[in-house]
Design a binder for this molecule. Structure first.
Ligand SMILES: Cc1cc2nc3c(=O)[nH]c(=O)nc-3n(C[C@H](O)[C@H](O)[C@H](O)COP(=O)(O)OP(=O)(O)OC[C@H]3O[C@@H](n4cnc5c(N)ncnc54)[C@H](O)[C@@H]3O)c2cc1C
Length: 461
């Protein structure tokens, strides 16, 4: 039952370019579904905005009818804040245009764009924005929380590439935020999440890339993981920033290049991406091979846009997911031992512990330059518990919490808000550390009543 009068809703619909869905619309269930299958919320209204005037109208309507607001980009966030029960979902997923302006060396990106759409548009010109590693993730949530992927070592965080953003405040004012205009708002948007307004356009600097890169996987049995990781941790920091390697400990998927006897066994996978000269990449991969006795390898030149989709099959929407995260300045012996021990007890065939290396350009920016502050972090761990049946909830969630607890003594400050669940609100202040007070001040200025609170919330009080 909608909390909104039928006549009011009909008037509202007539003012919009996009549709408003209620539970009786055929596509309601498809649109309200989020990436994390554990989240099952039922908004009273879903406003599928087609332009910024729709966003302004949606905010005003929600205010008049006292509806809670959830803002949805591509719906990937683990916490499930892109939807709500009984309130209004402002769905931006159909605002998905990308304009590549070669003269200005800038990509102008609407908030419903996925990483795959952005990569396709920029790589057509041999250019890229440094974003995440899964093509169906949304640019909006990713950017507002920080954003890192294969290019982070060379080109920095996604927020480092942000040059400006068009923002609609909760009062419906359309602002442009950049280092020149509304500078404090811009500072807060670069990592402070969806707390300050609704972004209707992101303007990114573009960087040369590929379009071919050297990428792929090298697979070691989990028995070799401690030795491989101990060699990897210092070595990776000495490699050129064009080179990146992340480590994933999990059960081996049935990948065609792996012998069938390896499928389903516990492995440490090194995922490689090199964006420099091919010969340099080959030499580095040769060193990596020497860290143990790999049971399989598939590394070669490929289009960057293909590599950006390589993990999509393992990350399809709809599964049940629970994540835990820490940052690390170094991978100490104790951390490696704890992580490998936990990987030996993986809670299910789709669960994994991964370490992303973000060391490089991002470490050269000062911690107070913008809201995203973990400038000392060289590695980010994501404990990714993933499973299909609700009956496995306890086992998988408890396993993730155990990995989180046993690796905590080695963690540095901060935490990546984009990997935090809905139960980690108390961690938000720690996540932003010395930048927190300034974020509260900006929140007070732009959203004093905390209407945008379905996020990793920075409360105005
Ligand atoms: C499979 C998978 C892979 C991932 N890989 C990476 C990775 O490689 N690197 C990385 O850094 N992160 C990664 N992430 C995390 C990702 O950055 C976050 O989940 C991010 O929030 C996703 O953005 P979205 O737009 O899809 O999310 P949504 O769930 O749609 O939005 C998340 C939140 O952002 C806010 N929001 C969204 N759009 C707007 C807007 N236009 N204006 C204001 N607020 C808004 C809202 O508060 C919303 O609740 C991954 C996540 C998944 C599920």
């Amino acid at each position: 039952m909608s909390p909104v009068d039928h006549a009011d809703l009909s008037d509202f619909r007539s003012t919009l370019a996009g549709p408003v869905l209620t539970a009786d619309n055929a596509d309601y269930d498809e649109v309200r579904a989020l990436w994390n299958g554990m989240v099952d919320k039922r908004p009273a209204l879903i406003v599928r905005c087609h332009d910024r005037a729709d966003v302004v109208a949606a905010l005003a309507f929600a205010q008049t009818h006292k509806l809670e607001i959830a803002v949805r980009g591509a719906g990937h966030n683990i916490a499930g804040n892109a939807s709500c029960d009984a309130g209004m979902m402002i769905d931006l997923s159909t605002m998905d245009a990308v304009e590549v302006d070669l003269a200005a060396n800038m990509a102008r990106v609407q908030p419903g764009v996925t990483l795959g759409q952005l990569d396709a548009a920029t790589q057509a010109h041999g250019l890229a924005v440094p974003v995440g590693i899964n093509s169906t993730t949304g640019i909006a949530g990713l950017t507002l929380g920080g954003g890192f992927g294969w290019l982070c070592r060379r080109y920095g965080m996604t927020v480092d590439a942000l040059r400006g953003a068009e923002v609609i405040t909760v009062d419906g004012e359309i602002l442009y935020a950049s280092e020149q205009d509304n500078a404090e708002l811009f500072w807060a948007l670069r990592g402070g999440g969806g707390n300050f307004g609704i972004v209707t356009r992101f303007d990114f600097e573009l960087y040369p890339l590929g379009p071919e890169v050297m990428a792929g996987l090298m697979v070691f049995p989990l028995e070799q993981a401690e030795s491989v990781l101990t060699q990897y941790r210092d070595w990776i920091l000495k490699t050129p920033v064009e080179f990146n390697t992340w480590v994933v400990m999990r059960h081996a998927p049935p990948l065609p290049f792996l012998d069938e006897s390896v499928h389903g066994t516990k492995v440490a996978v090194l995922a490689v991406c090199h964006t420099g000269e091919q010969a340099e990449g080959e030499a580095l991969v040769k060193q990596l091979r020497g860290f143990g006795q790999p049971v399989g390898e598939h590394i070669g030149m490929m289009p960057f846009v293909d590599w950006q989709q390589a993990f999509d099959p393992l990350l399809a929407p709809g599964a049940r997911n629970y994540w835990k995260t820490h940052n690390f300045t170094a991978m100490e012996d104790g951390l490696i031992q704890a992580a490998v021990k936990e990987a030996n007890g993986l809670a299910g065939p789709e669960c994994e512990v991964f370490f992303a290396c973000i060391a490089g350009v991002a470490n050269r920016v000062s911690a107070d330059a913008m809201a995203w502050n973990a400038r000392d972090a060289r590695f980010v761990m994501n404990v990714h518990a993933r499973w299909q049946e609700a009956s496995d909830d306890d086992a998988c969630i408890n396993w993730a919490r155990s990995v989180f607890a046993s690796t905590r003594p080695f963690a540095s400050g901060g935490a990546y808000v984009n990997f935090m669940t809905d139960e980690e609100g108390a961690r938000v202040q720690d996540a932003y550390a010395n930048n927190f007070d300034k974020l509260v001040a900006v929140k007070r200025q732009y959203d004093p009543d905390n209407r945008l609170h379905l996020n990793q919330n920075i409360r105005p009080d």
